[in-house]
Design a protein around this ligand. Structure first.
Ligand code: ZN
Length: 111
């Protein structure tokens, strides 16, 4: 059995672990965002085509620096991507972030 002090310490350590995990996720997200911004500016990441598939559903075809083409599917504002990064983590990848940045008009591309 833990006493009140030990419980408080354990709770605090638990909160620290959670905030470290949050911090790690934020940093990971920021790194992807940086890559998306740099990629769009340099032309390494390009949205080559956008196809409307239905009401609020769009397929954005994104060419990546590696030369691979991925499909970012937008469904009522929710984005998913066909790349391994998104498939593995189920979090916004640089391709989806690039689509969001372009839609927001935050980025001037080279062409
Ligand atoms: Zn992707």
């Amino acid at each position: 059995m833990m006493n009140a002090f030990q419980e408080a310490v354990a709770q605090h350590l638990g909160m620290l672990a959670v905030s470290e995990e949050m911090e790690r996720r934020v940093q990971e997200h920021n790194r992807r965002l940086d890559r998306a911004i740099q990629g769009l500016r340099s032309g390494a990441i390009k949205v080559v085509a956008v196809t409307a598939l239905g009401e609020g559903v769009f397929a954005h075809f994104v060419e990546s620096a590696s030369g691979n083409e991925y499909c970012v599917l937008e469904r009522q504002g929710e984005l998913s991507c066909s790349c391994p990064d998104f498939q593995k983590r189920n979090q916004l990848c640089k391709h989806a972030l690039a689509v969001l940045l372009l839609k927001a008009g935050d980025i001037q591309t080279s062409d």
